[in-house]
Design a protein around this ligand. Structure first.
Ligand code: HEC
Ligand code: HEC
Ligand code: HEC
Length: 145
C-alpha cells in the first residue's frame, strides 16, 4: 500500500514538472512573438472592432502594414483618425460610402484590395466573431483586455 501511494505521488510530481516546463515554453514563445511585432512600425496589435451600425467589423493593422506593406499615411492622412471608434460615429459609415470609394472602400474596390461587395464575412465577423475577439464567449459576458 505505502509503496503504491508513493509511486503515485512521484508520478504526479513528474507530471506537474513536465506541465510546468511546457507552460514556461509557451509563455516564452508568446513573448517572442509579441516582441517581433513592433507597434511603432506596424500599428496597434489589438484588432479594431467596429460595432456601428452593424456588429461587428474587424480591422487588423497587422494585415495591412506588416501583411500588405502599407504605410501609416495610406490611411492616417485623411481616411481614418488615429482613434478607434471615430469613423463609426459618422452617419455615412456604411456600405454605400464604401462602394463610392470612402473609408475602407478607398482601397477595397477590387483593384488595390478585394472589393467591398465581395467576401462580406472577411470584414464582417458578426456577433459571434465579436464575442470571440473580446473574450465575451469564454466568460459569458463582455470581457476586457
Ligand atoms: C489600411 C488602413 C490603416 C493603416 C495603413 C494604418 N491604420 Fe491605424 N487605424 C486604421 C483604422 C481604420 C483605425 C480605427 C479608426 C476608427 O475607428 O475611426 C486606426 C486606428 C489607429 C490608432 C488608434 C487605436 C486606438 O485604439 O484608438 C493608432 C494609434 C493607429 N491607428 C496607428 C497606426 C500606425 C502607427 C500605422 C502605421 C504603422 C497605422 N495606424 C496604419 C487604419 C489604418
Ligand atoms: C489604404 C488601403 C486600405 C484601406 C483604407 C483598407 N484596407 Fe483592408 N486591405 C488592404 C489591402 C492592400 C489588403 C490586402 C490585399 C487583399 O486582401 O485584397 C487588405 C486586406 C484586408 C482584409 C483581409 C486581411 C486578412 O486577414 O486576410 C480585411 C479583413 C480588411 N482588409 C478589412 C478592412 C477594413 C474593415 C477596412 C476599413 C476599416 C479596410 N480594410 C481599409 C488595403 C486597405
Ligand atoms: C472591406 C470590408 C467590408 C466588406 C468586404 C463588407 N463590408 Fe459591410 N461594412 C463594413 C464597414 C466598415 C461597415 C460600417 C461599420 C459597421 O457597421 O460595423 C459595414 C456596414 C455594413 C452594413 C450596415 C450599414 C449599411 O450599409 O447598411 C451592412 C448591412 C453591411 N455592411 C453588409 C455587407 C455585405 C452584405 C457585404 C458583402 C456583399 C459587406 N457588407 C462587405 C465593411 C465591409
Amino acid at each position: 500500500m505505502m509503496r503504491g501511494k508513493k509511486s503515485v505521488s512521484v508520478l504526479c510530481g513528474l507530471l506537474l514538472l513536465a506541465g510546468g516546463v511546457a507552460f514556461a515554453g509557451q509563455v516564452t514563445g508568446q513573448q517572442q512573438k509579441e516582441e517581433a511585432y513592433d507597434e511603432n512600425t506596424y500599428g496597434p496589435a489589438n484588432p479594431i472592432i467596429m460595432t456601428k451600425p452593424l456588429k461587428a467589423v474587424v480591422f487588423l493593422h497587422k494585415a495591412h502594414t506588416m501583411g500588405a506593406g502599407l504605410g501609416c499615411d495610406s490611411c492616417h492622412s485623411g481616411i481614418f483618425e488615429m482613434a478607434a471608434g471615430t469613423a463609426q460615429e459618422k452617419p455615412d459609415f456604411n456600405m454605400d460610402s464604401l462602394y463610392k470609394g470612402k473609408y475602407c472602400g478607398a482601397c477595397h474596390d477590387g483593384n488595390m484590395a478585394f472589393a467591398s461587395n465581395t467576401r462580406c464575412s472577411t470584414c464582417h465577423v458578426g456577433v459571434r466573431g465579436y464575442n470571440r475577439l473580446t473574450g465575451a464567449d469564454a466568460k459569458g459576458k463582455a470581457g476586457h483586455h
